[in-house]
Write a protein that binds this ligand. Structure first.
Ligand SMILES: C[S@@+](CC[C@H](N)C(=O)[O-])C[C@H]1O[C@@H](n2cnc3c(N)ncnc32)[C@H](O)[C@@H]1O
Length: 475
């Protein structure tokens, strides 16, 4: 595998290399599963073009000098003077989009119109969801980490790359996933990773980690019909995510993080925030809903994902999915991120954030968790000094020429890009809090300047500052 890795790197087979080779048009078409423009862009026969055709576009290429090594590694087969990929090998870029992070080996991608569905033990490559989770994962250094449901190994490779020397454990219920993850690790220079087979947290019972990362089989699907292990656990509803969230604290060291992507059901008559927030046990939690789909959208999404759209069974499968949701009173399905941090005094925040935030979130997620804690514990009498968060701007909204604004908005220009309507006290504090001055005299000065009663100003600050601190406006 070392020799194969050298061939791939020497051939310039990196995300940046392929992106430049394909250009925007062919790259955009490929994102829509259309390969013709990419085939046109790779007709030259250079090593990068050969590797891209073989492993990315999955078309046969003439045998060349790389064949012996690729065959010996079990990645391609040769017949009739041509090489064909047996497995998909994709380059990975680091979460900042700046550099090469390694390679992941997965089963060949099944595209619509190929006339077949993924097999039950199909191992998927690094997709959009994998990237979303990788960018969410905390950047703090860790000594050991677990990638639960490792699949092609993508999360472990990202986390190991950021934590040289950390011990890496990767688990999966699918033995084929573990085989391919081992190949990915070898091609990515991740050494000594422990690969364990088993469901949920069972393979690591009794152990604790600094970091647990999981892009789990979160898809909620009816029991009847084909089951795709790469996305479905076989458990009822959203039980897999519920159990992982509920059990995580028993597998985390103090202060350790568990981060996962999840789907959760919106059940008629039940507040989803309470339902999902209620899964948490023994951890601070930041649960973010990034999208919601209605039952029909959800069934269509996953039927397309498994290339079932257009098959003779499509209508029956679609119908069964809607039946399944109807029986359970499901009004929709939420998609989101869950960040847990083991804690003695848990603080749980459940919210919806649909807008684009600064990436990678992992670079500042610790500050988000600290802010939630700080906000929950804040009162003006605790003697803390505050600073307005960097990158904050103030917007004044009102009729042109008016002396006083009708509304004042504090807006974060980075990170979670939140906006909050505030009063003159908070706006005044945002102008003067620099992390050095105690809060008491500042509140007194604001009371004098605005002609308000000092006690009322303090009471107002006690009421509004916890939320503004939790939301990262003050640190
Ligand atoms: C969505 S894929 C994620 C793969 C990869 N970690 C990523 O981020 O792209 C989910 C993985 O969970 C595995 N899986 C399915 N059921 C599981 C279970 N009960 N326990 C552990 N892993 C499971 C699947 O085999 C699959 O590899």
């Amino acid at each position: 595998m070392r020799r194969v890795r050298e061939l791939l790197v020497a051939g310039g087979y990196t995300v940046a290399g392929v992106r430049e080779l394909l250009g925007d048009v062919a790259g955009g078409a490929l994102a829509r599963d259309e390969v013709v423009p990419a085939l046109r862009a790779t007709r030259g026969g250079s090593p990068l073009e050969v590797l891209t055709r073989l492993f990315w576009l999955q078309v046969p290429v003439p045998v060349d000098g790389m064949a012996d090594e690729l065959v010996a590694a079990g990645l391609v087969e040769v017949s009739g003077g041509e090489m064909r990929a047996l497995l998909r090998v994709e380059p990975l870029e680091d979460v900042g989009g700046q550099g090469h992070a390694g390679y992941v080996v997965s089963d060949l991608k099944v595209r619509p119109g190929m006339g077949r569905l993924p097999g039950e033990d199909h191992v998927v490559g690094a997709g959009g969801a994998s990237g979303n989770l990788a960018r969410l994962v905390v950047h703090r250094g860790v000594d050991n980490l677990l990638d639960l449901g490792t699949g092609c190994g993508v999360q472990a490779i990202h986390a190991a790359g950021r934590n040289p020397g950390a011990s890496v454990t990767a688990t999966d219920v699918n033995p084929r996933a573990l085989e391919l993850a081992a190949m990915s690790f070898a091609l990515s220079g991740v050494e000594g990773a422990e690969l364990l087979r088993g469901s949920l947290l069972e393979p690591v019972r009794g152990r604790r980690f600094d970091l647990i990362v999981s892009n789990p089989p979160f898809v909620v699907a009816p029991e009847e019909g084909p089951r795709f292990t790469y996305r479905e656990s076989g458990m009822a509803g959203d039980d897999f995510c519920r159990m992982l969230v509920g059990q995580a604290s028993q597998y985390l060291r103090e202060g350790g993080y568990c981060q996962l992507l999840a789907n959760w059901l919106h059940i008629d008559g039940v507040a989803w925030e309470e339902r999902v927030g209620g899964w948490v046990d023994g951890c601070d939690a930041w649960i973010v809903q990034r999208d919601v789909q209605d039952p029909a959208e959800y069934a269509e999404l996953w039927l397309r994902d498994s290339c079932e759209a257009g098959t003779p069974e499509y209508r029956a499968r679609y119908d069964a999915w809607l039946d399944y949701f109807e029986r359970r009173g499901v009004a929709g399905v939420g998609f989101g991120w869950i960040t847990l941090r083991r804690s003695e005094r848990p603080v749980v925040r459940v919210e919806e954030l649909r807008h684009a935030v600064e990436e990678p979130v992992g670079a500042y997620v610790e500050d988000v968790m600290d802010g939630l804690k700080k906000g929950a514990e804040f009162s003006t009498s605790c003697g803390k000094v505050l600073a307005a968060a960097p990158g904050l701007v103030q917007e004044q909204i009102g009729p042109p020429g008016a002396e006083d604004p009708e509304r004042i908005v504090l807006r974060q220009t980075g990170r979670l890009r939140r906006a909050a309507g505030v009063g003159t006290v908070e706006a005044g504090l945002a102008g003067v809090c620099d992390g050095t001055l105690p809060l008491d005299p500042l509140l007194d000065a604001i009371a004098r300047l605005t002609g308000a009663d000092a006690e009322q100003v303090r009471a107002h600050a006690d009421a509004v500052l916890p939320e503004l601190i939790a939301d990262g406006f003050f640190i």
